[in-house]
Ligand binder design. Structure first.
Ligand SMILES: [Ca+2]
Length: 382
């Protein structure tokens, strides 16, 4: 869909605010289509400090406090670091912002079949993704590589994983199944890491996918011209899991492809607006992430996962979208995780449509994000 983009003011007028924040610092109104009553979210994430996943969690916590969604819980996923460590970090973040009420479930570290992953030689030979992560999984005492905490800051265990909270009992996939049974038709799976937990939920409950509200993925290099896409960080970690999900009967599948990182870019001006606020979420971001922006004011940071919740809550933020049909290569070898795609009308019969979001209206996006992070919804709640 290529269309003229009206001016932002015209967009704001068209949107006609159905869910305006009560804080006057919001300069636009937004047509938030979700609500806590109808939209329950499970965040399936390879969360670590100072990653886009951290910003996504903060986004969802504020949206939950604002009543835009009901955040049911967090499930930890590959490929970031070991899922137990991710769980600790998530709990540490939740404790810091006073949201220990959100449960954290530890996900499965290894891919659904687990076969190629356990063969270190094979992985090295084909230079498969996540070799370091695999080593850490096989040897829990090995040094964990935190270099992917790319949004700033040195890793400090006391700050980044220290918490008095503990994870919830039971595997992540079981939590997913239980919640979908409790809220049929209302649960959104927000998959911003490997898709392993979701695939396990599908395998363990044939009614699972159809009874969700849909799945929103971040992953999958998906060239606009229809060419094959290289294995992405999130999806190549468990190509089989992605195919299980793509082939499941979700009412809706939406993909924010990795290419969104080319157009949605965090800059210091936005960070400055965020850290000026005294909300717990803004304070956490300031404490752990702002230092690198002071050291390097000109830096530009891709924002991958954090686009996903905005697309869920404000579909009108989508600038350009198209349906594609896709499968990943799941054979162990040089093409593992490579995405093959078909345009509408040319797809094999058995494949499901995926709504791919190529670009969003960036000004509206950043304005909404800053408003969310900097509004203390608990103070303005009735
Ligand atoms: Ca992620």
């Amino acid at each position: 869909m290529d269309k003229l983009v009206p001016s932002l003011l015209a967009v704001a007028a068209l949107l006609g605010g159905t869910a305006m924040a009560q804080d006057a610092s919001y300069s636009y109104s937004y047509d938030v289509v979700t609500s806590a009553e109808k939209t329950k979210v499970i965040l399936d994430t390879d969360i670590r400090y100072n990653t886009d996943d951290m910003y996504t969690l903060m986004f969802l916590l504020q949206a939950d406090a604002a009543g835009y969604i009901d955040l049911l819980g967090i499930t930890t996923a590959p490929p970031g670091v070991r899922t137990e460590v991710e769980g600790q970090m998530a709990l540490s973040m939740l404790e810091k912002v006073g949201r220990g009420d959100i449960p954290v479930y530890i996900g499965q570290n290894q891919p659904v079949d687990g076969q190629w992953y356990a063969d270190e030689e094979l992985v090295a030979q084909w230079k498969l993704r996540l070799y370091d992560n695999m080593k850490a999984d096989l040897d829990p005492n090995s040094e964990v590589d935190y270099s992917s905490m790319q949004l700033g800051g040195e890793y400090d265990p006391a700050t980044h994983a220290g918490t008095t909270l503990g994870p919830a009992e039971g595997p992540a996939w079981e939590f997913m199944i239980d919640q979908v049974k409790q809220y049929p038709g209302e649960v959104v799976i927000m998959s911003i890491g490997g898709v392993t937990n979701t695939a396990l939920a599908i395998q363990n409950d044939p009614t699972f996918a159809a009874n969700t509200s849909g799945i929103y993925y971040m992953g999958g290099v998906t060239p606009r011209n229809g060419a094959n896409g290289a294995g992405s960080f999130n999806w190549a970690t468990d190509a089989k899991a992605v195919n299980i999900a793509l082939n499941a009967d979700f009412p809706r599948q939406v993909l924010i492809p990795s290419e969104i990182s080319n157009t949605v870019i965090l800059i210091k001006d936005v960070m400055d607006q965020i850290v000026a606020a005294d909300t717990p979420v803004a304070k956490l971001i300031k404490d752990v992430a702002y230092g690198v922006w002071e050291e390097e004011p000109e830096r530009e940071q891709s924002f991958w996962d954090v686009v996903t919740p905005a697309v869920l809550m404000i579909p009108s933020i989508i600038d350009d979208t198209e349906v594609r049909y896709m499968q990943l290569d799941e054979q162990v070898g040089p093409f593992l995780g490579v995405l093959r795609q078909w345009k509408e009308g040319r797809q094999p019969d058995q494949l499901n449509p995926v709504e791919v979001v190529w670009t969003v209206h960036n000004e509206v996006y950043w304005d909404f994000l800053v408003g969310l992070y900097t509004t203390d919804f608990r103070k303005t709640a009735n």
